[in-house]
Write a protein that binds this ligand. Structure first.
Ligand code: 4AD
Length: 551
């Protein structure tokens, strides 16, 4: 038990180092530090006297400040323990030698080395190569150093021996430093394991950028299990981790695969504007901006622009950022997301549904067959099975029956009735139970957007579709569009939208109208499903959501 004692804390004149003793003449600067020095200490804080402004004296610490100080002391204690551990680790390293890396010369009699990326290891077995990258893992022993090198293309275990291992700089190497290593790639002997079943026996290496050690070391900044918000502050560093980088690679392959399918299906890529003056999906989620003195928005959807391309370009698609000022703080909502949208002319609702399921299933097939993404998906989502065609089609009205039969209530705690929105939680319960992709179709007009085509056999509902996937819910929303001018204007009216700024969109119904339809697919949502991520935030490079627009 530490002895109880009084410590003085003066924010202005005190210091939190061993120079202070906590006495009145040598006070500490913070109550946290005082408690860190002695957890049972009584603390007097130098502060203004309540009834005498600008007069100060030492007063007993308030209960709330004491609570905060205890937390602060706890984290100072953890930090100190960590530093002590690092110091011990450093002390336990073999004695730093005086041999300097710069005094070691490359053996000019060795064969010339070719520079390779780490996805070309297997083609270079038994060859002398140059590999460049970041130190992902590191183990330095007496006369031997193991480096797992990472370059974004792959990983390679490199072994330094002899003088290279003994050199002072090798002994002081750190994780995330960059190095350029020359050596020969060798197949691993039986019983040993490393990425790709090979290792590089180094004969020469240089350090390009030494990363910090100690308190600022990479592992100290990015701690496993740290608060997600702290990790997001360090997103530029967390992106180096194996999981996040795997998702980003799958993302890239996915975008390539979907473009390939669009090409096969005869759709042309276009790039609509992000700065717009019309809404698509409701005013409440618009991000407003000042556009040279006029009100403008960041686009919610490129749909209306895609529709205008049909007469000149045929069926079109885009891969464009969409923006939603979502108030909801859910695991499937971002403020900015990569929206894949397509618009197709002269087709029926049924053809649109077939197109959507074909697109999704073909794309997923290409991604799982890809030599980079396939193994990463196995790693991230070992039980993943590409969905089988055709997807189950379920009408909204039958979904209500399903929910009511399964005792799932609406947001008011009542059984579902026609016209109710099926909220995220209920939708999830349904698709998770059915555990297969669902094309949920024919939603009532009043819970959907202004532009949706009414069903001919039942004008209460629209030719609309949401694609639902287990574990994430809706990944795609689409519909046939009202192509009769009067019916469309009726839609504007019932949704209380002024049609005037939409003259260019309405003209599509005047200058040669046609049945047409399209959809929007949320890239991060489909990735969350494919890579089994808890939230769409893990599927975006630098996610933006309520309260976060950095780094
Ligand atoms: O259902 P939404 O709002 O439909 C549209 O924007 C249509 N105009 C698209 C079209 O027909 N061209 O959005 C389409 C998809 C959703 O299914 C979802 O996957 C994704 O976009 N999405 C979001 N993803 C992440 N964060 C958000 N805040 C999202 N809002 C929609």
């Amino acid at each position: 038990m530490s002895e109880s004692k009084t410590f003085y804390v003066n924010e202005k004149s005190g210091v939190d180092t061993s120079e202070a003793t906590g006495s009145e003449s040598h006070p500490f600067a913070t109550p946290s530090y005082a408690l860190f020095v002695n957890q049972d200490a009584k603390i007097l804080v130098y502060k203004e006297i309540e009834e005498k402004p600008e007069q100060f004296e030492y007063q007993e610490i308030s209960a709330s400040a004491l609570k905060k100080a205890k937390k602060g002391a706890e984290s100072l204690k953890k930090k100190a323990e960590k530093q002590q551990k690092l110091k011990e680790e450093k002390d336990n390293l073999p004695k730093v030698s005086e041999l300097s890396l710069s005094s070691i010369e490359e053996d000019s009699s060795l064969p010339k080395a070719n520079k390779i990326k780490l996805n070309k290891i297997q083609e270079n077995i038994d060859k002398r190569v140059i590999v460049n990258g970041w130190i992902h893992r590191l183990r330095v022993q007496k006369g031997l150093a193991f480096i797992t090198l990472r370059d974004g293309y792959g990983f390679l275990q490199c072994i330094l021996t002899g003088d290279l291992a003994k050199a002072k700089e090798t002994q002081e190497l750190t994780i995330e430093s960059t190095v350029s290593i020359k050596g020969t790639i060798l197949k691993l002997p039986e019983g040993k394991s490393a990425p790709g079943g090979v290792e590089l026996k180094a004969d020469y290496y240089e350090i390009i950028g030494l990363a910090p050690s100690g308190e600022n070391s990479f592992t100290n900044k990015i701690q496993e299990g740290a608060d997600p918000s702290l990790l997001l502050d360090q997103r530029h560093l967390t992106l180096r981790g194996e999981t996040l980088s795997a998702v980003m690679k799958v993302r890239s392959v996915f975008l390539g695969a979907i473009r390939k399918v669009y090409k096969e299906e005869g759709l042309l890529e276009v790039t609509p504007p992000c700065m717009v003056q019309t809404q698509v999906e409701g005013g409440s989620t618009l991000f407003k901006m000042d556009y040279y003195g006029e009100e403008a928005y960041l686009t919610q959807s490129s749909q209306l622009y895609l529709e205008t391309c049909l007469p000149s370009l045929g069926d079109v698609y885009c891969v464009q950022e969409s923006f939603r000022a979502e108030k909801s703080h859910t695991r499937r909502h971002l403020s900015e997301y990569t929206h894949i949208e397509a618009e197709l002319a002269f087709l029926t609702f049924d053809e649109l549904l077939t197109h959507i399921e074909t697109l999704i299933s073909k794309t997923i097939q290409y991604v799982v067959e890809d030599p980079v993404a396939g193994p990463l998906i196995k790693q991230l989502n070992p039980n993943f099975q590409p969905p089988k065609l055709p997807f189950q089609r379920m009408e909204y009205i039958h979904a209500l029956d399903w929910l009511n039969e399964h005792g799932i209530l609406n947001d008011e705690g009542e059984p579902f009735k026609f016209g109710d929105d099926i909220a995220e939680a209920q939708e999830r319960k349904m698709v998770d139970t059915i555990n297969k992709p669902i094309l949920l179709i024919r939603f009532p007009g009043e819970i959907k957007s202004f532009y949706m085509q009414k069903c001919k056999d039942d004008p209460r509902v629209t030719e609309s579709v949401d694609v639902l996937m287990p574990n994430v819910g809706e990944i795609t929303g689409g519909s046939m569009r009202s192509y009769d001018l009067d019916e469309l204007l009726q839609g504007f009216k019932s949704h209380k939208i002024d049609p005037a700024p939409y003259y260019w969109f309405l003209d599509q119904r005047t200058y040669g109208t046609t049945p047409h339809g399209g959809y929007g697919l949320g890239t991060e949502r489909i990735l969350a499903w494919l890579c089994d991520r808890f939230t769409v935030r893990d599927c975006s490079l630098y996610p933006r959501f309520t309260g976060r627009c950095k780094p």
